[in-house]
Ligand binder design. Sequence first.
Ligand code: NAG
Length: 310
Amino acid sequence: MMLKLVAVSLFLFIAINYGDGQQRKSALSLGERVQHLSEMANKRAVLKFNSNKFREYIRVQPKNYSMIVMFTALAPHRQCVVCHHASDEFTIVANSFRYSQVYSNKLFFVLIDFDDGSDIFQMYKLNTAPIFIHIPPKGKLKPQDNMDIQRVGFSAEAIAKWIAERTDVQIRVFRPPNYSGTVALVVLFTLVAGFLYLRRNNLDFLYNKTMWATGAVFFCLTMISGQMWNHIRGPPFVHRGRDNEVAYIHSSSHSQFVLETYIIMVLNAAIVFGMVLLTESGKKGDPWKRKMFAVTGLILVTVFFSLLLS
Ligand SMILES: *[C@@H]1O[C@H](CO)[C@@H](O)[C@H](O)[C@H]1NC(C)=O
């Protein structure tokens, strides 16, 4: 992926610099273009362009405005999860600019989706997304005009910093506050407190070891099967290949699918259950039952542990 990206960036500069030499005269005058762009930007901080608009407003001369362009692929069937994260961050920067005091008509934020402008992607030989490019009013693109997201990431802060380096516009990022986590926590605490209050005359269940043990095992299963990773990275549920064949397990050890983590969780749960049976079989009691526990436990552990390893 990294290597591919470097190769793509290289192509990109050759292509963009080559393309710059062929810029056409626009049908609209500079004044008209600036006016149209400002009107569009007043409605939405990020302008969504297709190929025609790209030619009309970006690949033309003369210009007295800079463009920050995000090349991306947001359609659900493209399954580009990072594109959605990047798009959110990009929108935060654009909105911060839109409602700041430095807002002016010398900088515009543009989004080009692969499904609206695949020929633009082709023209620049892009085959990965997202990519952020700064297009200056005049002159050729420099390598730094392609934001190096592999190195600095694409958080709104990183994008704003990069924009400040490429233009002289300093954008202070303002993130809309997110209270959903706090609200969920308060609701949870209220529910638990209410439950304890209702059962205040009968709190024996708090000393029930099986309940706590089950809870602890479930927590461990959740954590070791990679649910946290899913929460942070948001991978797809499964992967649908070209011939509609479905992959449940990711081919690389650096990634995973959601279904894959459920499979891992079930395998681990079966091993744990086998272990519990083996432990139980050591306790005093009906010999026939203990024998059954031992045999079933052994089978569960050997079969599912082998499966997990394979
Ligand atoms: C760019 O040129 C247009 C037309 O002359 C003008 O209206 C606009 O204010 C200029 N923008 C900047 C940032 O100077």
